[in-house]
Design a protein around this ligand. Structure first.
Ligand SMILES: [Zn+2]
Length: 122
C-alpha cells in the first residue's frame, strides 16, 4: 500500500501481537486498536461486536437527517456512552418523537416512537 507501513500491534485484551498494514505515522495506540480488531480472542470478538454495533447505530441515526445537527451529535454521544457502558439506557424527546437508546446484551437498541395525538385549539 502506498505510504503505508507494516507494523506490529498488540491486542488490548490478550496481548497477542499481529502484523498490520497501517498508514505511515500510525501511533502504537492506533496499532493496538487495529490489532484488537483482527484478533480472535473472546474479549476482542466482544469488542469488535460492540464497535460494529456502535457504528451501525451511528449510521442509523445519520440516516434520519442529511444535515449534521446538534440533535444528531446528542444521539451519537448517547450511543457512544452506551457502547462504552457508561450509560445503560437513555430516552430523549424531540417534538413528537421519543427515542430510547439502550444496551441490549451488548448490542445497541434504538426505539423510535411517534406520538401522534391531535389536538386543536380554536
Ligand atoms: Zn486478543
Amino acid at each position: 500500500m502506498k505510504g503505508g507501513t507494516r507494523m506490529t500491534g498488540v491486542c488490548k485484551f490478550c496481548g497477542q501481537t499481529s502484523v498490520i498494514d497501517a498508514p505511515e505515522g500510525t501511533s502504537q495506540e492506533r496499532a493496538a486498536e487495529l490489532a484488537t480488531m483482527q484478533c480472535n480472542c473472546k474479549d476482542a470478538l466482544n469488542y469488535q461486536r460492540r464497535i460494529s454495533s456502535e457504528k451501525q447505530a451511528e449510521d442509523y441515526v445519520e440516516q434520519w437527517s442529511s444535515e449534521k445537527t446538534e440533535r444528531m451529535d446528542a444521539l451519537k454521544a448517547i450511543i457512544r456512552a452506551i457502547s462504552h457502558r457508561e450509560l445503560k439506557k437513555a430516552t430523549v424527546k424531540f417534538g413528537n418523537i421519543t427515542i430510547t437508546i439502550s444496551d441490549s446484551n451488548g448490542e445497541i437498541k434504538i426505539k423510535k416512537t411517534y406520538t401522534d395525538s391531535e389536538e386543536d385549539t380554536f
